[in-house]
Ligand binder design. Structure first.
Ligand code: NAD
Ligand code: ZN
Length: 372
């Protein structure tokens, strides 16, 4: 279990079956719960979760949104809010997000604005949602102007991670989750990095789901990851724009400057978000090395650990100038300059103004990593 200021994150195996008891502890006064999910995830876990909630004396309804990033939009939000009104949720009632980051971000946002905020719980079912999106209270939807443009900071009353959910997760989703794990490990500490490195040395991704023996070390890896993310977000809850230190929330964007650009130049069709971040980590490490910010063998270490995940989508056909153009438009930029998260060494990220990175270094680094 990981304790945060306002809530706890419970990590265990098989906990969907008893989630009613957990929900009752988090929500002692609640009568009615709306589970927000999608058809696929609800098909796997919905009945079990609903049954357990009913056994703990909750009235329980569900609402399904479409599957995929493109459904994290105003239309799904509107339908969700209408469902909440239709079943008469009051301010003591609650919402449970059952799914990956898409469901979690949308359900959290809906809960934050319905009746000016009602309680919500998260039951993340992807690896990425377990270690990343369900921790830290960021909620959002996308608009035609970009991803996560409309949202809020809104903390859940509790998060329940059931490691068994990994068993039904497609391989690429597991890889995408591991890319964010590697990101957190690199910026976190040598200890966190070694734990991830050792895990991926011992366990092949293809066997992860099929062997119960592998799920126990995964549980402790996930716990360490959540502990790290929680420590960063608690120390910078609202992502203070003026902070540029190595433990500000911004450092979680390591690998994302290039990652977002790769997603955009391929029209969000080729990469899972985590995969694009994985490539972005190598580019950031390459730039750090070229600028002599990083003088050790970090680049090799990061390359090695990422390659244990198998092959990534092709990048050799991408136009480097277009990628650079997309980097310039990243919304995480402040004013006219791009904020890069680079690396001094494992556990020591550094925030660097894009104007300090010569164009030729950027171009050479991108060419080396993307074109090989
Ligand atoms: N709020 C934050 O701090 C934060 C942080 C990182 C990412 N995000 C957001 O998270 C989203 C990405 O989340 P994601 O990677 O979980 O994607 P996702 O929610 O789209 O889930 C990926 C796919 O896996 C399926 N799925 C979910 N659980 C499953 C299971 N147990 N078995 C089989 N299939 C399952 C989903 O239906 C979907 O098709 C993005 O919208 C991103 O912006 C938010
Ligand atoms: Zn990410």
């Amino acid at each position: 279990m990981v304790k945060l200021k306002d809530y706890e994150i419970l990590i265990s195996k098989g906990s969907h079956q008893n989630c009613g008891v957990w929900a009752r502890k988090c929500l002692p006064k609640t009568k009615q719960i709306l589970i927000i999910s999608n058809k696929k995830v609800f098909g796997f876990f919905g009945k079990t979760v609903q049954k357990s909630l009913i056994e703990s004396n909750f009235l329980c309804e569900f609402h399904l949104i479409g599957d995929g990033e493109r459904f994290k939009n105003f239309k799904s939000l509107q339908l969700t809010l209408e469902k909440m009104s239709e079943i008469g949720l009051t301010r003591t009632d609650a919402v449970i997000a059952l799914g990956g980051g898409v469901v979690g971000d949308l359900a959290g946002f809906a809960a934050s604005i319905y009746l000016r905020g009602i309680p919500f719980l998260q039951i993340p079912t992807t690896l990425l949602a377990m270690v990343d999106s369900s921790v830290g209270g960021k909620t959002a939807i996308n608009t035609k102007f970009g991803k996560n443009i409309v949202g809020s900071f809104y903390q859940p009353k509790g998060v329940l991670v059931d490691i068994d959910a990994i068993k039904t997760l497609p391989r690429r989703e597991i890889v995408a989750g591991f890319c964010e794990i590697i990101k957190q490990s690199v910026i976190g500490s040598q200890e966190l990095f070694d734990e991830t490195d050792l895990f991926l040395k011992n366990v092949s991704i293809s066997k992860l789901k099929t062997s119960e023996n592998n799920l126990h070390p995964l549980e402790s890896l996930i716990t360490s990851q959540i502990q790290f993310k929680a420590s960063v977000v608690e120390n910078d809850e609202f992502e203070d724009v003026s902070r540029n230190d190595f433990r500000s929330r911004k450092i979680l964007n390591f690998g994302h400057t290039v990652g977002h650009a790769l997603e955009k130049v391929t029209n969000y069709q080729r990469f899972k978000h985590g995969e694009a971040v994985g490539v972005g980590l190598i580019v950031a490490a390459e730039i750090s090395k070229k600028l002599e910010i990083c003088v050790g063998n970090e680049l090799t270490l990061i390359n090695d650990v990422l390659h244990r995940l198998g092959n990534f989508p092709k990048t050799s056909d991408l136009n480097i100038d277009k990628v650079i153009q997309m980097i310039t438009y990243d919304k995480k930029n402040d004013g006219s300059s791009v904020k890069w998260i680079l690396l001094e060494k494992i556990g020591s990220p550094i925030i660097v103004d894009g104007r300090e990175i010569p164009q030729v270094v950027l171009k050479k680094s991108l060419s080396k990593v993307l074109l090989g």
